[in-house]
Each structure stands twice: as structure tokens, then as C-alpha cells.
Design a protein around this ligand. Structure first.
Ligand SMILES: *Cc1c(COP(=O)(O)O)cnc(C)c1O
Length: 424
């Protein structure tokens, strides 16, 4: 059991002893009145790696000097550019390289995956999601249900939270599967619930859902680059994510998709495009679509090189830091933040996120005891003082110390500010 202290000297000493501390220097930290802000919003938009600017400039230069030949020439020919992120992306999500692809954005990938993996029948028309799902996920599944001619009133099943903080236990998921499983075509749950910060046990969900004959997909928007994922071993059928949150790949970054190896060569229905065609024969430009094996076979278009450049840089950072070390530091940082809140602010704040470190990532979702208006006031006070979290309706402040660029002293600074607000 680590013993924590709520002093500057203790936090600074922990930061000085942190084996990952130099990674912070690879990021641009947004300034606030001439000093570094305390940035806790990597769950929403990760910070910019300093090397990104040069990586984008390299591609602009390649375009300027090589033009169309840039597809074939130079250190990173555009024709295979998306493959430069494949190995490191696979490492981050615990997949085999041919199971992952960087393409499109999360919402687009969710629809493309459902084209292949949501195959409703009259007996089995339903999709299971969590109540209070992120809007895009709800809109996407509802529109897919309607698109197939079914009615969301009966074909959209939402698992309700069973804990005060809004958490959903595995037992409740299994109870819903026992009751409705025979009618469920697709189970579509998050790796981490965005509002509560709860992490789900992907393998346990897959096992329970497969036992009922359901297909399983995960939205890993808040999990990728945050949790120690083992997607291949989880047995999930597919997963999708965005890359601008913990993956630090920039606003509107290219998203990602995972398709389990057992589906990689299967003749699944899909919406096809030329970039998903067998690489060996793509440029024969024939009329017959032959999918390239693996997740690459779901690509539609040639990828946006200027948007992939930041991801290449960012994933290189993840590769050098290593998910194991990042997760170890993340658990320590977030546990420290939680300890500070419980110790210094027990009458002021409640933590909604599970306290079990294996049931959460970096994020703590925090509520102000005095209610929503006080919560909103605290949030604005923090922003004015250069402490950046985010606000999620109706009453949650999300604070996410991320292991690549946050420090123990940042967590202390957050609670210093809340104490000052409380005592003002
Ligand atoms: C961030 C997030 C999204 C955003 O989707 P985009 O298509 O990238 O805009 C969707 N779902 C969840 C759960 C998210 O956290």
C-alpha cells in the first residue's frame, strides 16, 4: 500500500522519481497567464506532441516536391502510409497487426462495422447498449435498427445502472443477457463509460454475450491509450475508437477499428471501397471487389495523410513509453487524486467513478455535494484558474490525469484550487 502525502514536497519528489517524467517535455502544455495550465482533459482532447508540426511539414514538403509521385517515393510513401501506424496501434489495443486499421472517424467506423456485424432477424432484432450512452452511439444504433425496418421501442435494449454512482455491474449485464439474449443480435458497450468513468471487463462481457449467441462490439473512445486492452484475447467481434482523446492525435483525428482475426477472411457483407480491395490487384482497377484480408478490408478511401501524420508521432510516443508502464503510472496518479479528494475534501466532493483501479482508467468523475449549480460554479472557477477539466451534464466534472504529461503535483494543484474555492 503506497502512502500518499498532501504536500508539495512529497508530490515534487514523486514527480522527480517518475521514470516517465521526460515524456511531458514532448508535449505542448497550454499556458495560463504565463505558466503551464493544469490540463486534465486528455479524455476529451489530448495535448499536441511537439514533433507533430515537423511531421505534417514533412508531408507538405513531400507534396510540394514529389506531388503524385509522393505515393511511391520518399521515406514514407503515401500508398502504404497508414501501415506505418499499424504495429504501434496494435500494441496499444492488444491486437494482432492485421486486426487493426486507422481510418475514418469513430461514428463512421461504428456504422461500417454495424453493416457487417449487426445482422438482425425477426427472431433476433435487438441491440443492447448502456443507458445514458454517448449520443453518437445511441443515434447510430437507433438509426441502424430503423434502417433494417425494426422499431427501437422494442429492438433497442438499454442496461440501467445498478449503483448510486451510475455504474453497471457485470451481474446486471448478465441478468439482462439471460432475459433478452435470444432476441439480441448485437451487444454494443463502451470500454469506459464516458460520464461515470467506469471501465468494463471486456472479456467477461464477450463470454457472456457469445454464450447467448450475440455478436459483441466495443466503443473504445475513452479506453484506447488509457486501459490495458487485450482486444484479441477478449474475443470481441469488433471495436471502434477515436484518436483525439488519450491517443493525442489531434482534433478530429483519424479513428480506428478492430476486426477479430476470425472474421478477417470471412465473406461478411460490407460497404466496400477501392482502398479495401486486395492490395495486390487494387490498381488493376477491376470491376469485382475482392477484400484485402484483415481489418484493412473495411477501408473505403485512400487515407488523409496530413491527419495521419500526428497519429504516427503520437503512437511512437506510446510505443516508447509502453502501455504497461503507462497503466502503472496512471493507476498511481489517479489513486493519488482520489486519495487527495477523499482526504482534503470529504464534505465537498463525491467521486462517482469506481474506486477499484481495475474498474476505471485515468478519469475521475466528480460531483459537488452542494448540487449542480455549485458544481457548475466550481468548474468555472477552475477554468478561470487554468485548471482544465470538462463538464458533463447534468452535474459531473471530469478530471483525468494522464500518465504521459500529468504529474502528481498537478493532482495536488487541483485539490489546492478546490480548497481555495470552498474557503473563498
Ligand atoms: C468521443 C466519443 C465519440 C465521438 O465520436 P466522433 O465520431 O469521433 O465524433 C463517440 N462515442 C463515444 C463514446 C465517445 O466518447
Amino acid at each position: 500500500m503506497t502512502s500518499y502525502e498532501a504536500t508539495r514536497a512529497w508530490a515534487d519528489a514523486r514527480d522527480a522519481a517518475d521514470p516517465l517524467r521526460s515524456f511531458r517535455d514532448e508535449f505542448l502544455i497550454p499556458p495560463h497567464h504565463g505558466a503551464d495550465s493544469l490540463y486534465f482533459c486528455g479524455n476529451s482532447l489530448g495535448l499536441q506532441p511537439k514533433a507533430v508540426r515537423a511531421a505534417i511539414n514533412d508531408e507538405l514538403d513531400q507534396w510540394g516536391t514529389e506531388a503524385v509521385e509522393g505515393h511511391f517515393r520518399g521515406p514514407l510513401p503515401w500508398l502504404t502510409y497508414h501501415e506505418t501506424v499499424r504495429e504501434h496501434l496494435a500494441e496499444v489495443v492488444g491486437a494482432r497487426p492485421d486486426e487493426v486499421v486507422a481510418m475514418n472517424t469513430l461514428g463512421v467506423n461504428l456504422h461500417l462495422m454495424m453493416v457487417s456485424f449487426y445482422r438482425p432477424t425477426a427472431q433476433r432484432p435487438a441491440i443492447l447498449i448502456e443507458a445514458g450512452a454517448f449520443p453518437t452511439d445511441r443515434y447510430a444504433v437507433e438509426s441502424q435498427i430503423r434502417f433494417h425496418g425494426f422499431d427501437p421501442a422494442t429492438a433497442l435494449i438499454e442496461v440501467e445502472p445498478d449503483s448510486e454512482g451510475g455504474g453497471i455491474s457485470q451481474a446486471t449485464i448478465e441478468r439482462v443477457l439471460a432475459e433478452h439474449g435470444a432476441r439480441i443480435a448485437l451487444v454494443m458497450l463502451p470500454g469506459i463509460q464516458y460520464r461515470t468513468g467506469q471501465a468494463f471487463d471486456l472479456k467477461a462481457i464477450v463470454d457472456a454475450a457469445h454464450a447467448r449467441g450475440c455478436v459483441v462490439g466495443f466503443d473504445l473512445a475513452h479506453a484506447v491509450g488509457n486501459l490495458p486492452l487485450q482486444l484479441h484475447d477478449s474475443g470481441a467481434d469488433f471495436a471502434i475508437w477515436c484518436s483525439y482523446k488519450y491517443l493525442n492525435s489531434g482534433p478530429g483525428a483519424v479513428g480506428g477499428a478492430f476486426v477479430h482475426q476470425r472474421h478477417g477472411k470471412a465473406d461478411l457483407p460490407r460497404f466496400a471501397g477501392w482502398w479495401g480491395h486486395d492490395r495486390a490487384t487494387r490498381f488493376r482497377m477491376g470491376p469485382q471487389f475482392v477484400p484485402t484480408p484483415g481489418a484493412d478490408g473495411w477501408q473505403l478511401s485512400n487515407p488523409p495523410i496530413l491527419a495521419l501524420a500526428p497519429m504516427r508521432i503520437s503512437l511512437d510516443i506510446f510505443h516508447r513509453a509502453g502501455m504497461d508502464r503507462l497503466v502503472a503510472k496512471s493507476r498511481d496518479l489517479t489513486s493519488y487524486l482520489e486519495w487527495l479528494v477523499h482526504t482534503r475534501l470529504p464534505e465537498t466532493l463525491d467521486v462517482v467513478t469506481p474506486s477499484d483501479p481495475t474498474q476505471r482508467g485515468a478519469q475521475l468523475s466528480i460531483r459537488v455535494r452542494a448540487g449542480r449549480d455549485a458544481g457548475r460554479e466550481l468548474f468555472e472557477y477552475l477554468m478561470e484558474h487554468g485548471i482544465v477539466g470538462d463538464w458533463r451534464e447534468p452535474d459531473v466534472i471530469r478530471i483525468s490525469p494522464t500518465p504521459l504529461y500529468n504529474r502528481f503535483s498537478d493532482c495536488l494543484g487541483f485539490t489546492d484550487a478546490v480548497v481555495a474555492w470552498r474557503d473563498r
